[in-house]
Design a protein around this ligand. Sequence first.
Ligand SMILES: [Zn+2]
Length: 148
Amino acid sequence: MTPDTQTATLSQRLSGSGLRPTPQREVVYQVILSKRDHPTAEEVFDRVKARMPGISLATVYNCLDALVQCGLIKQVNFVREPTRYCPNLHEHAHFHDEASGRIHDIEIPAEVMDRLRALLPTGFAATSVDLSFRGAAGDAPDPPDSPA
Ligand SMILES: [Zn+2]
């Protein structure tokens, strides 16, 4: 996906959700796409400030909410940790490295997700499935800078 396509997608998605594609929302989205390390809102704020010095933390929170609402990013929650944000919209699990605090995306094959959903009793329909692992990660590479 080229940056142009991403910007078009962002504008389309935001307007599709009844939200204006503001420069602030675009910068917040670009910051999350450019370093896929599951930043917290405070970390996003620090990175956005480098490009848009006048922006406030409250505005960053509002932008994050808007991007979550229109499905461009997902919230990732771990117990006793601030919410983090992930632009990977493919179904995936997270691996939380307890030593470094880093979060790794773990792709889940579709057939595994199908088997997990099949565990639900009749009449139960999951709209989302959250899977996370905690432990020690090996020498995994840094998250890619380019979109998957
Ligand atoms: Zn993720």
